[in-house]
Design a binder for this molecule. Structure first.
Ligand SMILES: [Mg+2]
Length: 433
């Protein structure tokens, strides 16, 4: 067998195939099941950025140096492999029988890896500071190769949620979550094909004259077996897994088609726009603006008919790109609102920079403002900030007359909530216009 089949060509260390081979052999022969062992899953933080900013050539050099450095730390019984891209695996085969000791030694080991990378790598005269997110599975007794690798990887993704350079031990609650996530992810794939998603519209009402001035398009999922699944359950999973982009492409098509029908009917005369939610992942895609413009042509829509709702916390991830896209789309005539305002960073300095038209006050504040002073104060502050920045204010979650009166007194513009209407089908929506 040629070496290339077992060794990674770039770094010259074992590849995934050889890792599987070595691990399986270890687990079935040399492993003393009374003792603990650790499997570490390493992922270089922000490696994608290195490739994007400095090119793949630099990225490759970086991977080579990383592999070399770790190889120098690895003992002769340990297994070290590159499993893909910037992902590496280390097996520490023989740890104490006592769990706490095994854990402590594993942490020491991780510490020694991190220490090695305290000094930056030098590539083509430039220095690069490398950190890892590390997932760890500590195990004894019998396990399969596949389960161990999967668990360590799951823990690595947990570690990624923390700051750069974090490590995380696997625990079984993660796997339950992962299983559920995987099931929903699969179901979403199928549901798009089987047309299980449909759109409801929740009217937006002028606080002062009670006229319907718009609606928010909301996705609904009718699962053939599980029944209706709440968006709060599947949207976060769709966002995390990236499938949200596919889902939103489906939603955009459905909603844009509806918008065309709505605005061409005689009933739309008081209607300003339909609000369409956009996830951060989708919005930050390089092709987002082009994609929207293609759909506009396809359905022959006017940009004024659409207001995009974006969430504040997501935009912080790439604020410059967000500002540029908002400006580009606003030039065509689209408008923008910040969704769930108040729940994330709500920083005034970026509110100043973001060229949005509307702020939506999150329903958690509106629902309680009549019996909670703190919530009432937040609502008042947001309304007054919005007014100073010359933004429209939409209050979400208005369910009582008292809440509406309060918003009226504050000169809030628009509201959405069960006091007005629940989300409804397009047919019902156009019949109440
Ligand atoms: Mg929304």
């Amino acid at each position: 067998m040629v070496r290339a089949a077992y060794y990674d060509l770039l770094t010259n260390i074992p590849n995934r195939t050889l890792l599987m081979d070595k691990l399986t052999t270890f687990l079935s022969t040399t492993y003393d099941t009374e003792k603990y062992a650790s499997l570490l899953f390493l992922d270089i933080d922000n490696f994608k950025k290195v490739n994007e900013t400095f090119g793949h050539n630099i990225g490759d050099h970086l991977l080579k140096q990383v592999a070399k450095k770790i190889e120098n730390i690895i003992g002769e019984h340990e297994i070290f492999a590159r499993v893909s891209g910037d992902k590496f695996v280390i097996l520490i085969p023989s740890l104490p029988e006592e769990k706490q000791q095994a854990e402590a030694l594993t942490l020491q080991y991780i510490h020694s890896i991190n220490t090695q990378f305290n000094t930056p790598l030098i590539i083509a005269g430039e220095s690069y500071h490398v950190t890892f997110s590390i997932g760890v599975v500590l195990f004894n007794h019998e396990h399969s190769y596949f389960d161990l690798l999967k668990s360590a990887e799951t823990a690595m993704y947990e570690a990624k949620k923390n700051t750069r350079g974090s490590s995380q031990f696997y625990d079984s609650s993660m796997s339950v979550l992962t299983k559920e996530v995987l099931t929903i992810e699969n179901d979403i794939h199928k549901a798009i094909q089987n047309n299980e998603f449909f759109i409801h519209y929740q009217p937006q009402i002028d606080v002062h004259n009670n006229k319907i001035v718009g609606a928010e398009a909301l996705v609904r999922w009718d699962h053939p077996i599980k029944g209706s699944i709440a968006p709060s359950k599947f949207i976060p999973i769709a966002e995390e897994s990236g499938i949200i982009i596919k889902l939103e492409e489906f939603i955009f098509n459905a909603v844009f088609q509806d918008i065309k029908a709505l605005f061409e009917s005689s009933k739309a005369k008081d209607l300003k726009h339909i609000a369409v939610n956009v996830s951060t992942a989708h919005f930050l895609q390089p092709s987002f603006v082009d994609k929207v413009m293609l759909l506009m042509q396809k359905y022959k829509l006017q940009p004024e008919w659409i207001e995009f709702e974006i969430t504040e916390s997501g935009l912080m991830r790439n604020i410059d790109d967000a500002i540029k896209k908002i400006k580009d789309l606003k030039n065509f005539g689209f408008t923008f609102s910040i969704d769930d305002f108040g729940t994330g960073y709500s920083s005034l300095s970026y509110l100043k920079e973001l060229p949005v038209d509307t702020i939506k006050i999150d329903q958690s504040f509106i629902l309680n403002m009549n019996n909670n002073k703190g919530d009432a104060m937040i609502v008042e502050s947001v309304v007054s900030i919005g007014q100073k920045f010359d933004l429209k204010i939409v209050a979400e979650g208005v369910e009582t007359i008292e809440a509406l009166d309060y918003l009226k007194a504050m000169k809030c513009d628009t509201y959405q909530g069960y006091l007005g209407y629940k989300p409804m089908t397009l047919k019902d929506f156009s019949s109440i216009l």
